[in-house]
Design a protein around this ligand. Structure first.
Ligand SMILES: [Zn+2]
Length: 191
């Protein structure tokens, strides 16, 4: 299930729960209809509250492009592509636990990291290689070296870049599931 499907499923659950609640109660309280419509509604505020570090060593935010809404084969991009020379160090944008080192066909060598509140997940993809000694469960500090820019997965070999995404996790905190948030503004503020 991709993140978008996960969101649709989550929304469907909210709708279904609301319907059941109304069916069970003869006089539904107005508070029910005023409840948040999505578990993920606070995602943008959570992300805005995180003081991110820019994930590429030696690079500034100048020239950062918002590629979040770009089309990709079969789906919306929902991430930022940050071009950088192959082998450039990739740094953790925030404190938090490294939950998964994962190799996928599209993403190549990837890293999933939770933020300290474990409500956001950061996703780094197309890495050339991981930093030495990196392992799942490690608590990262903002600015820690985690890997190197590359083209693993479906990145064009002539265009090394970091594919960086942020997700609002659901209550189960499943690292592969959540609603994509556009990290453009948060990275614009990054130091
Ligand atoms: Zn990308």
């Amino acid at each position: 299930m991709n993140p978008r499907q996960a969101l649709v499923a989550a929304l469907w659950c909210v709708v279904a729960a609301g319907t059941m609640a109304q069916g069970a109660a003869s006089a539904p309280s107005p508070a029910i209809s005023a409840a948040p419509t999505s578990t993920f509604a606070d995602g943008p505020a959570l992300l805005a509250a995180r003081p991110l570090r820019f994930p590429i060593e030696g690079m500034t935010v100048d020239g950062l492009k918002d590629t979040f809404d770009d089309g990709r084969p079969g789906h919306r991009h929902e991430a930022l592509d940050i071009p950088a020379p192959r082998g450039t160090p990739v740094l953790a944008v925030d404190d938090g636990t490294l939950v998964r080192l994962f190799t996928s066909k599209p993403g190549g060598l990837t890293i999933y990291q939770f933020d300290p509140t474990e409500r956001l997940a950061y996703y780094y993809a197309h890495l050339d290689r991981y930093a030495a000694g990196l392992q799942e469960g490690k608590v990262l500090r903002r600015g820690d070296l985690i890997g190197y820019v590359g083209t693993t997965g479906n990145a064009p070999p002539e265009a090394p870049h970091l594919h960086f995404a942020v997700f609002r996790l659901g209550p189960e905190k499943q690292w592969w599931k959540g609603e994509a948030l556009n990290p453009y503004e948060a990275l614009r503020q990054a130091r």
